[in-house]
Design a protein around this ligand. Structure first.
Ligand code: HSE
Length: 420
């Protein structure tokens, strides 16, 4: 029999205990042994969670319990769980976590500490979708060319509602929070940080890239307005918050931002709170993974799968899926300034003679070629210029935006969305 201790018995922790009980028949058959939750750590001992497990408010009761084989860390945060997980590993206990922020900062140290002790984290990326398993095991024969995904359900829900129902940004954020998918601090969702944590985890498995959130391009959906969405629709695009990892020679670009995607692309059709991740391997071609990226039972389904896997074998494959450099020449992170993309810009200008000519001159001076251009009246004396570009370099676009912003006939900071 395998005994589990859960640190953090909230929505996901409660579902983990419940699934282990409800599905004990298939779970014990698949694990080859019975699995029981011995105890759980909570902050508030007075709250009834409807579970028949021993609850404590002291992590030592789990970490020092020699009967507990697997510690499930569901506390949230970064440094506190890092200490807890290190203690669990140093006492030889296997660890399962759903904590993407912890891994975004400490995955390489944890891989080093874990060595042969099982450390699993399937639920940390895209909740119930077995994307870690797919990338680390199912696609392990491939060089990974790209990973492109909708990795945050809250922002996808918001984009979907803004597109389909014309709802304004502020109204829909509240609705998304009520659904229970949003992070405690929703800036993590709408600002792109949650998706970035997940992207960094996937990029480590695919490329061995050791980057922190601070090192990569992270933007959210907070500057996307109804006007942009209407433009997108008119020109056959959907707007999505994407996480992108792409190999280019010896460099890997990592970025999270709102993106215009052609409506016929599979990923453009993923609506609501669902997640989807496309992985392109050099041998397999494109594969697509779709499912619930959050929610108690969906996330717990991935946590329990890790517990079963550990119960079966007692150890995991190397935590990040490799234990020596994966490519002949180590891959490095592409500097953000060098990323190339097509861009969409919305520039609010004074509607008077000569403005368009001056704007297009600035495009030319920054090596940026216009693909489509539309002018829409905004007020009686201002207009929005809606422009899409051919492929351009990030630093040129950023310089041009700064230049445009400083002009007296440009009324506000231009809005930019990358076209993928
Ligand atoms: N806040 C996240 C989301 C939850 O909306 O996708 C899962 O990590």
């Amino acid at each position: 029999m395998i005994k589990v201790g859960i640190i953090g018995v909230g929505t996901v922790g409660t579902s983990v205990a419940q699934i282990l009980k409800d599905n004990a028949d298939v779970i014990s058959a698949r694990a080859g042994t019975d699995i029981v939750v011995k105890s759980g750590v909570v902050k508030n001992l007075n709250k009834d969670r409807g579970l028949d497990i021993v609850l404590t408010d002291n992590v030592d009761d789990i970490l020092n319990d020699p009967e507990i084989d697997i510690v499930v860390e569901l506390m949230g945060g970064v440094e506190e769980p890092f200490e807890v997980v290190k203690r669990a590993l140093s006492s030889g206990k296997a660890v399962v976590t759903a904590n993407k922020a912890l891994l975004a900062y400490h995955r390489y140290e944890l891989a080093e500490l874990a060595k042969d002790i099982a450390f699993e984290y399937e639920a940390s990326v895209a909740g119930g979708i077995p994307i870690i398993n797919a990338l680390r095991d199912g696609l392990s024969a491939n060089h990974i060319e790209s990973i492109t995904g909708i990795m945050n359900g809250t922002s996808n829900y918001m984009m979907t509602k803004m597109t389909n129902d014309g709802v304004a940004y502020d109204d829909i954020l509240k609705e998304a929070q009520d659904l229970g998918y949003a992070e405690a601090d929703p800036t993590f969702d709408v600002g792109g940080f949650d998706a970035a944590h997940k992207l960094l985890i996937l990029a480590s498995i695919a490329y061995g890239i050791d980057a922190k959130p601070e090192d990569i391009l992270i933007e959210g959906i907070d500057n996307v307005s109804q006007e942009d969405i209407q433009f997108a629709k008119e020109f056959g695009y959907a707007v999505k918050l994407l996480g992108i990892a792409k190999k280019d020679g010896n460099e890997v670009e990592l970025r999270v931002h709102a993106a215009l995607i052609k409506q016929e692309e599979m990923i453009a059709k993923i609506d609501g709170v669902m997640n989807a991740i496309s992985v392109v391997g050099d041998k397999v071609g494109e594969t697509l993974y779709y499912g619930p990226g959050a929610g108690g039972d969906a996330t717990a389904s991935a946590v329990v799968a890790n517990i079963i896997d550990i119960a079966r074998s007692g150890k995991s494959t190397p935590m990040l899926g490799f234990d020596r450099p994966m490519e002949g020449k180590a891959l490095r992170l592409k500097p953000t300034a060098n990323i190339e993309s097509k861009y969409y810009l919305r520039i609010n200008v004074s509607d008077k003679a000569g403005v368009l000519a001056k704007i297009t001159k600035i495009f030319e001076e920054n090596n940026i070629s216009v693909e489509t251009m539309l002018q829409r009246p905004a007020t009686s004396d201002s207009a929005n210029l809606l422009i899409s570009t051919h492929i351009a370099v990030e630093k040129d676009i950023q310089n041009m935006i700064k230049e445009l912003e400083s002009l007296d006939f440009v009324n506000s900071t231009p809005v930019m969305i990358r076209i993928v």
